[in-house]
Design a protein around this ligand. Structure first.
Ligand code: NAD
Ligand code: TYD
Length: 352
């Protein structure tokens, strides 16, 4: 069936994998990728699909109150997969207002445009909001998990802004009948991850013999999921999820930061033909993150039972694949470090 789908934040880490899957798996869909190309947006992530017939990139900001309704009336979207966000906790500590603007106001601006565009005919429409497990706060080392009914208890400006956006998505469903779905996913890893985040930053530092900064004692636990498994879940939920529902997505794969980095150092020693233990010497404990959540762990039983999704990769295999991707794509990393990736828009869209 022909559909026109808006994907926001499609030049980012997860968004670029979502765009690729939708463009290649659904040739009948017209995919519009709306992205403001902030520091985190990189069109180089999408080189392989940039010229596809059913794909179009639009540079624009989700907070723009004139442009977003105009975009909805131009394209008559059947669905929205909303990923655009400020996504880095450390940046949210230094600049919380950027997170309020994009994650809260930007999401409301999209919700409102969808409500107005779909008024009187919501049949077959869908607004999918991609969110995070961080809205649930932090767990102790007590074997409990976040479920879809866990009370929201965000601690960082990032997680507070995502929690707020989730509330607005539900409010638009309950008040205006907007057909929404929400998913809350654990930490992703994989190709095209911006190198301010733990795994790509560490790979790059190990390769260049620079210190690997571990916050506090490295005891904080995250539940890591391969980005392609997250994207498969997004595809499943977008097409088969029930309106008004929330689905938790996770890898059932808990690692303390220090254990994860030690495992990564072992892989890097092998790949770079270093003596076993050499990369681990770069581990450096630094001042802890303010309000650092102790443990995240997702219970994804609902998604597995109701929609039949499950993670496909063991973490050790996924981490090895990820290291291989970064080592084979050094130019991608170099272009980010030297700032050239921000010229991609001009290269691809203004010079042709
Ligand atoms: P990212 O930072 O890599 O990418 C965000 C993208 O959004 C970038 O391309 C950026 O240019 C774009 N963007 C930012 N502000 C914008 C604006 N005002 N208008 C239009 N575009 C804008 O983020 P990511 O890691 O790919 O995360 C994508 C989504 O998934 C976010 O909503 C995030 O909260 C959620 N999420 C991420 C993770 C994770 O581990 N990375 C886990 C769960 C949920
Ligand atoms: P990050 O990749 O920023 O994801 P999030 O904060 O959304 O979980 O961080 C993952 C974990 O790694 C988190 O506990 C903070 C920690 N961390 C470090 O120890 N050192 C670093 O340099 C970074 C970026 C993160």
């Amino acid at each position: 069936m022909k559909k026109t789908i808006l994907i926001t934040g499609g030049a980012g880490f997860i968004g670029s994998h979502v765009v690729r899957l939708f463009v290649t798996k659904y040739p009948d869909y017209q995919i519009i990728n709306l992205d403001a190309l902030t520091y985190a947006g990189n069109l180089e992530n999408l080189n392989d699909v940039a010229d596809a017939q059913n794909y179009k990139f639009v540079k624009g900001d989700i907070t723009d109150e004139k442009f977003i309704p105009h975009l909805f009336s131009t394209y008559q979207f059947d669905g929205v997969v909303h990923l655009a966000a400020e996504s880095h906790v450390d940046r949210s500590i230094t600049d919380p207002f950027a997170f309020i603007r994009t994650n809260v106001f930007g999401t409301c601006n999209l919700l409102n445009a969808a409500k107005e565009a779909w008024k009187g005919n919501m049949e077959g429409k869908r607004f999918y909001h991609v969110s995070t497990d961080e809205v649930y706060g932090a767990l102790d080392f007590d074997g409990t998990f976040f479920t879809e009914t866990t009370k929201y208890d965000p601690h960082s400006p990032y997680s507070a802004s995502k929690a707020s956006s989730d509330h607005f998505v539900r409010a638009y469903h309950d008040t205006y009948g907007l057909p929404v779905v929400i998913s809350n996913c654990s930490n992703n890893y994989g190709a095209n991850h911006f190198p301010e985040k733990l795994i790509p930053l560490s790979i790059n530092n190990i390769k260049n013999n620079r210190p690997i900064p571990i916050y506090g004692k490295g005891e904080n636990v995250r539940d890591w999921l391969w980005v392609n498994d997250h994207v498969r879940a997004i595809d499943t939920i977008f097409h088969n999820g029930k309106n008004g529902e929330t689905y938790n997505i996770g890898g059932n794969n808990e690692w303390s930061n220090i254990d994860l980095i030690r495992a990564l150092c072992d892989i890097m020693d092998r790949k770079l033909q270093r003596e076993q233990g050499e990369s681990a010497k770069l581990i450096t404990f630094v001042k802890d993150r303010a309000g650092h959540d102790l443990r995240y762990a997702i219970d994804s039983t609902k998604l597995q039972r109701e929609l039949g999704w499950k993670p496909s990769l063991q973490f050790e295999e996924g981490l090895e694949k990820t290291v291989d991707w970064y080592l084979a794509n050094q130019t991608w990393m170099d272009n980010i470090i030297n700032g050239d990736y921000q010229k991609y828009y001009e290269k691809q869209y203004l010079e042709r």
